[in-house]
Design a protein around this ligand. Structure first.
Ligand code: FES
Length: 109
């Protein structure tokens, strides 16, 4: 089993009930997103189509929509579900302990 290095990010109640918050984890800018089903996800904050923040996009279901050109990304896989983006965003591991949110950063790729 791989031992991931989890970093405490925030408390659950610091996240919007549905939506995203930007965080800087060891210099990497990520988006912590609470989906409509209450699940919490972490993805790289920068859209893979342009250099804009996905934290500023709309969350619906288990997706976030880039505010600039409308690509929608699956928060579980990072894959774009609609154009113009074609590359997935990196997804990081999340664990919840009590009311604390922890993230383990994925390797750079
Ligand atoms: S910058 Fe995100 S879809 Fe174009």
């Amino acid at each position: 089993m791989i031992d991931l290095d989890f970093i405490r990010v925030c408390r659950l109640d610091e996240l919007p009930s549905v939506g995203a918050a930007r965080a800087n984890l060891d210099g990497r800018i990520v988006s912590i997103v609470r989906a409509e089903d209450g699940s919490v996800h972490c993805i790289d904050d920068e859209c893979t189509h342009g250099r804009v923040s996905l934290s500023e996009g709309d969350v619906s279901g288990c997706t976030v929509e880039c505010w600039l050109h409308g690509s929608r990304f699956d928060l579980r896989t990072g894959h774009p579900l609609s154009p113009p983006a074609t590359e997935p965003v990196v997804v990081h591991s999340v664990k919840i302990e009590g009311d604390e949110v922890f993230v383990a950063l994925a390797e750079e790729n």
